[in-house]
Design a protein around this ligand. Structure first.
Ligand code: GLN
Length: 545
């Protein structure tokens, strides 16, 4: 068992998560069994109760864990499935230690950060390592070195190095380029490595983020000040798509350095060659509007963004995402006229919902390909009730407890639930698809397992009415009680799912409904261009350029 610890320096937002994921991808594609742990030094027990506006999307795992979005990146890049234990937070560590203390496990002792907290951190890391059976476990430490919150974790990792056979330290830093000559400045890297060394950690690899590739001179300077050999300084310059990162790191000589550090013969076989080629040189483009309320922070919908990227990698159809603030389309949907398809993602709370309903109505009336996910599915049900069935004021009881037509209502088992953390209908559940439906054609199977995160569902009292109005619930849960997919009879381009298909989308196995939406978007786009011949000629002739 070996470990690679990835820490970050200088500033946050350098892409530490994708760098960690890329290392994992390279090892995985070299036939090495990998797992990954994300350490989040905040005091929340998990990410479930956090606002996506601050930390980005709450990612959901098979076991129902509500975790940091980096775990989504690990799953996608390494093509593995993780558990909630792969996300360690200060909240989890302290809660465990305090519970043990109350239970009397430390009777007579003073409970302290060292050794009790650090021991608990190491125990959790080793537990994941053991149960995953991995050869190499990647450990990413959230935040930047020097943060007070991450201190106990870094101390635990320093100790881990003394106790385990092999722990490799990788440090991600920033090399700014300034002045007219774009001189690459190494001082921030020097300082951040110095802070690491002060706490007893010497990095073995430095991933230096910069706009342009590091020059040889910059590399030698960093090497001189940090004692990391030049072949351990990996230049990570800006890439237009994260899936191009592993290739860049390979070209930078990461494999040679890792082989030495892990004492392994790493033989990398690039399984993404065709995939990345499609991403680099797509042959078609479509515009898809994501109508949500956290659109200013694209990370809030990162799994959708990635799912579309996966579609591009497999089809060569690039997706230009139009980020549409749902509050802005409530009264005026004209911004949607550019869209070749509309996606309504998940969400909570009333703000922005009327705009989502308006966007759904717009899609239904104008035949714009539509995909609703989770809240987007519920919104579709509300739109059908209001505008097709004429149930004025139909709503979800999440937004209007007293609505006359509660077409979406709280799940029976959710009544009386008081705790907000980890109590929704969460994680992987069986979905049973009816034969002869669009959903069945899309999935090509009767049974799928998809990840969920919701408290509300379609009210069974309205199912018949909705189905008589030209719609069909083409999939349900195992008992046939909960509705999972809604489609419109005779319409290939309208579908909505209660589950979050974006969470299980993988580079070489994209979410089937996202793939379907992109295909429908392309058909829609060509049809529209065909109607407007001038536009069609202009667009096709510009494609060759
Ligand atoms: N707010 C809705 C519910 O709780 C939808 C949740 C979601 O979109 N993840 O059911």
């Amino acid at each position: 068992m070996q470990y690679i610890v990835v820490t970050g320096g200088v500033i946050s937002g350098l892409g530490k998560g994708t760098i960690t994921s890329s290392i994992g991808h390279i090892l995985k594609d070299s036939g090495i069994k990998v797992s990954a742990v994300k350490i989040d030094p905040y005091i929340n027990y998990d990410a479930g109760t956090m606002n996506p506006y601050q930390h980005g999307e709450v990612f959901v795992l098979d076991d129902g864990g509500e975790v940091d979005l980096d775990l989504g990146n690990y799953e996608r890049f390494m093509n593995i499935s993780l558990t909630k234990n792969n996300n360690i937070t200060t909240g989890k560590v302290y809660l465990e230690v305090i519970q043990k203390e109350r239970h009397g496990d430390y009777l007579g002792k003073t409970v302290q950060i060292i050794p009790h907290i650090t021991d608990e951190i190491k125990r959790r890391i080793r537990d994941v390592a053991k149960s995953s059976g991995a050869d190499v476990v990647l450990i990413e430490v959230g935040g930047t070195v020097g943060d007070i919150e991450s201190m106990p974790f870094l101390e635990a990792l320093r100790q881990l190095k003394r106790e385990e056979q092999n722990v490799v330290f990788a440090h991600v830093t920033l090399v700014p380029e300034i002045g007219l000559t774009l001189e690459q400045k190494t001082k921030p890297t020097q300082h951040s490595v110095k802070s690491l060394r002060e706490i007893g950690i010497q990095p073995d690899i430095i991933f230096a983020r910069s706009k342009n590739k590091l020059t040889d001179e910059t590399k030698s300077r960093i090497s001189l000040f940090t004692d990391v050999p030049v072949d351990g300084i990996i230049s990570v310059s800006d890439v237009e798509n994260v899936y191009l990162l592993p290739q860049m790191m390979v070209e930078e000589g990461l494999i040679t350095r890792l082989s030495k550090l892990l004492n392994m013969n790493i033989e990398y076989r690039d399984t993404w060659a065709k995939y990345t080629e499609n991403i680099r040189h797509p042959r078609e483009r479509v515009k898809i509007a994501i109508v949500g309320k956290y659109v200013d922070l694209h990370d809030a919908y990162i799994s959708h963004k990635e799912a579309f990227s996966h579609v591009t990698g497999n089809t060569g159809i690039a997706v230009d995402i139009m980020w549409i603030d749902s509050e802005k389309v409530r009264d005026d949907q004209s911004v949607l006229s550019e869209a070749d398809a509309i996606l309504i993602p998940g969400g909570f709370g009333y703000r922005g919902v009327e705009g989502k309903i308006a966007a759904t109505k717009y899609a239904m009336e104008n035949g714009v390909p539509f995909l609703g996910i989770c809240l987007g599915f519920q919104v579709a049900v509300i739109a059908v009730a209001r505008y097709i069935l004429g149930l004025d004021g139909a709503n979800s009881t999440e937004f209007d407890e007293k609505t006359r037509y509660p077409v979406v209502d709280i799940l029976p088992e959710q009544r009386g639930v008081k705790d907000m953390g980890g109590t929704m209908r969460l994680g992987s559940k069986k979905v049973v698809i009816k034969k002869g439906t669009l959903a069945h054609r899309i999935y090509g199977t009767d049974i799928i397992y998809e990840r969920h995160r919701h408290r509300y569902e379609v009210n069974p009292d309205y199912i018949d009415m909705i189905e008589k109005a030209g719609f069909k619930f083409s999939a349900t849960d195992e008992e046939g009680i909960r509705m999972e997919i809604l489609e419109r009879n005779g319409d290939e381009s309208f579908i909505a799912t209660q589950y979050h298909s974006e969470f299980k989308s993988r580079p070489l196995d994209p979410s089937k409904v996202h793939l379907h939406l992109v295909e429908q978007a392309l058909i829609f786009k060509h049809r529209r261009m065909g109607e407007n011949h001038e536009g069609y000629v202009a667009a096709t002739s510009s494609q060759g350029k």
